[in-house]
Design a protein around this ligand. Structure first.
Ligand SMILES: NC(=O)c1ccc[n+]([C@@H]2O[C@H](COP(=O)([O-])OP(=O)(O)OC[C@H]3O[C@@H](n4cnc5c(N)ncnc54)[C@H](O)[C@@H]3O)[C@@H](O)[C@H]2O)c1
Length: 440
């Protein structure tokens, strides 16, 4: 099929490359000409493992190209995937104006009947709004061809996006016409034939809701185990053992039960907010999600309490933050717990020094005010304490001796539970983790 992907970012670029791998002819359109120029030069504009290789393969095969010209992008499109951002608004709902703008552009540029697919994460009923915009614009411009709205939410994880997209757990799409359903079947047919991947075909609102309900549920699991970790800290239990014991129950499972500094990133915080906002708009107060958010923010407060327990006042103290990205495998800093913690520490008068093996160039651009350390040792040198914020491999491999030699005081707050408490305490460190054995 002739596919156009609008918004060639973390979701759009990986999706476009996967569509091309499955044999479709794909155009990636983005209104950011600098990003398009980078991709036309053969490189992704962000870090994602395996993406460079996939991109080279499909561009060399002539199946994927990029443009910042909307007419060029949409002229031959049979199906258009909207992958633009839906960032949070101050009131909690997502900003859907980019999605709406794409709807208008597609009506203006389309030359035939086509399917407009929401892949961006949007609240249930966005599809109906888009249909309204399309109907008005179509009438205003006196156009003949129909534009069918569909929802095909994306479930990839940054850091494993290529693998997740090429081999997803499931494909979900919601349609309201046979034309749209058949087009989406054709897009995913190669994947379903190769992988036997389960497909959920539904209506548009249900597909939209599946995405928000999934992310809100995953965030709830993380906050649940973090609340359990708070209890573990107070009764001297070990949250990792508790999670393991829980996870053997097949109704529970092991994944997303890692206690730590809490979730971040461009999706969970925004999607939990957006889901609670939608619920409230339609007359249901989803108080559980308020708790999920509060528990998540409370994990940072717990780290500050542990630091204050060790250092008394944080004013004038230097804290080494190990990791800046919201999780390993990405250089994405959106809603990173590390940066929120940095702000909390600075507000208390502390100085921070931040290290990350991949995301420092983005820290330099997005948070030039934050002092950066190019190496782990430079971050530790003379700092009063270190906090593990992101569980990158090189951070996980730090030996106790390296902390003892680098830090001014031997204090480590392991915000991701990556070290062996016995080894660290035995080596003479004041070691705290999240819901596991600590010195205090
Ligand atoms: N990042 C993830 O892990 C992930 C996973 C699943 C779903 N999502 C959802 O996918 C959507 C996109 O997220 P992302 O992380 O890829 O965002 P992103 O910021 O990485 O990419 C969005 C791209 O859209 C472009 N863009 C914005 N407005 C445009 C317009 N009018 N025309 C053309 N291009 C435009 C931007 O320049 C950017 O390149 C969001 O709704 C997000 O919630 C993200």
């Amino acid at each position: 099929m002739n596919i156009t992907v609008v918004g060639v970012g973390h979701v759009g670029l990986v999706s476009a490359a996967a569509f091309a791998r499955w044999g479709h002819d794909v155009v990636g359109y983005d209104d950011d000409a600098a990003k398009v120029a980078t991709m036309q030069g053969g490189a992704p504009w962000f870090y994602e493992p395996g993406l460079q290789e996939l991109l080279s393969e499909v561009t060399e095969a002539g199946r994927l190209r990029f443009t910042s010209d909307s007419d060029d992008a949409l002229r031959d499109a049979e199906i258009v995937f909207v992958c633009v951002g839906t960032p949070p608004l101050p009131g909690g709902g997502p900003n859907l104006s980019y999605v709406e703008a794409v709807g208008r552009t597609v009506v203006a540029q389309a030359s035939r009947e086509l399917v407009l697919v929401e892949k961006s994460t949007v609240p249930a009923n966005t599809g109906r709004r888009l249909e309204q915009v399309i109907a008005r614009e179509t009438e205003r411009l006196g156009l003949e061809h129909a534009i069918h709205v569909a929802s095909n939410p994306e479930f990839l994880k940054e850091g494993a996006a290529v693998e997740d997209t090429l081999h997803p757990d499931r494909v979900v799409y919601g349609t309201s016409s046979d034309f749209a359903r058949d087009a989406l079947r054709a897009v995913y047919a190669p994947l379903v034939e190769q992988d036997g991947c389960p497909v959920v075909e539904t209506d548009v609102a249900s597909a939209e809701l599946i995405k928000h309900a999934s992310n809100a549920f995953l965030a709830t699991r993380i906050s649940f185990i973090n609340a359990v970790a708070q209890i573990c800290d107070r009764v001297g239990a070990d949250v990792q053992t508790v999670a393991e014991g829980m996870g053997h129950d097949v109704r529970i499972g092991h994944r997303f039960l890692q206690a730590g500094l809490g979730y971040g990133g461009s999706c969970f915080p925004k999607d939990v907010d957006a889901f609670a906002h939608l619920a409230s708009q339609v007359g249901y107060e989803f108080g559980l999600l308020d708790e999920v958010r509060d528990i998540n923010a409370g994990q940072r407060a717990a780290v500050i309490r542990k630091l204050e327990h060790e250092l008394w006042h944080l004013n004038g103290k230097t804290i080494a933050l190990l990791g800046a990205a919201f999780k390993p495998g990405t250089d994405d800093l959106r809603e990173s717990p590390a940066l929120h913690l940095a702000d909390d520490l600075i507000a208390l008068g502390a100085e921070v020094r931040i290290y990350d093996p991949v995301a420092l160039p983005n820290v330099e651009v997005q948070r030039p005010d934050l002092p950066r350390a190019e190496t782990i040792d430079a971050a530790l040198a003379g700092a009063h304490a270190a906090v593990v914020c992101t569980d990158w491999d090189d951070i996980k491999k730090i030996e106790p001796q390296r902390f003892l030699e680098g830090l001014a005081y031997p204090i480590v707050i392991d915000g991701r539970n990556v070290y062996d408490p016995e080894a660290f305490i035995g080596a003479g460190l004041r070691y705290h983790s999240m819901g596991r054995t600590s010195v205090a």
